[in-house]
Design a protein around this ligand. Structure first.
Ligand code: DX5
Ligand code: ZN
Length: 221
């Protein structure tokens, strides 16, 4: 029986206490790490040294979401650092096929992300190269934004393509995912759910993870 996977985003955590903040989500499937370079998106967060440090202190697999220019150059090091999954933006990649192969060869799951305005069709041919497709449900750059329900047809389209293609490719949503919006994501075909403010803004972060997972699992397409 399939169940939804929950990946809390530490973008909404206390950056002065990341190790303790990861302990608050010990029941999560992944820890979602938003890497921003102030070029691909208008915000700057953290990079490889912090990911390497987190990798040493947490047993939770890291799901690195790279909102950066030139992922062809920078992404492989995150896989080499031990990240379980590395997501690059398709809008920024020069040779996504080669990049995905490099990430997999380094032992990570390879994933491609699509901004809200980016269509999926031109990239469907890359499905054999990736383990996950991330459909952004906000404009990347900041936590706490409103969920874009108009991305649900794209989620359904990716899920349908994955079904046709076969194999185990996950469909992730990221941005504005909460108890109020996660069911429609699951119904559309998502099976990995990033939630920042909905988890770290809750009194019990672990409780929020359990609640989101239960809601998602009951509505998986
Ligand atoms: C946005 C990031 C998201 C963000 C989600 O650019 O990719 O991962 O942290 O935060 P919420 O869940 O608060 O929208
Ligand atoms: Zn993210």
């Amino acid at each position: 029986m399939n169940r939804g996977q929950i990946a809390p985003s530490i973008l909404s955590a206390d950056f002065a206490s990341l190790s303790a903040e990861l302990e608050r989500i010990s029941n999560a499937d992944w820890a979602h790490i938003d890497v921003m370079d102030a070029h691909f998106v208008p915000n700057l967060t953290l990079g490889l040294p912090v990911v390497e440090a987190l990798q040493k202190v947490t047993p939770i697999p890291l799901d690195c979401h790279l909102m950066i220019e030139d992922p062809d150059r920078w992404a492989p090091a995150y896989a080499e650092a031990g990240a379980g999954s590395v997501t690059f933006h398709i809008e920024a990649a020069r040779d996504p096929r080669h990049l995905a192969r490099t990430l997999r060869a380094a032992g990570a799951r390879a994933s491609m992300a699509l901004k809200p305005a980016t269509p999926f069709e031109p990239y469907e041919e890359l499905l054999p190269e990736v383990d996950m497709v991330l459909v952004m449900t906000v404009e990347p750059g900041f936590g706490g934004q409103s969920f874009m329900a108009d991305q649900m047809p794209k989620v359904a389209q990716v899920r349908e393509a994955v079904r046709r293609h076969g194999g185990e490719i996950w469909v992730q949503v990221d941005g504005g995912v909460s108890a109020a919006t996660i069911e429609q994501c699951a119904e559309a075909g998502a099976d990995v759910f990033v939630a920042g403010s909905a988890v770290y803004g809750a009194e019990s972060a672990a409780g929020a993870v359990d609640e989101l997972r239960a809601l998602a699992s009951a509505h998986l397409a």
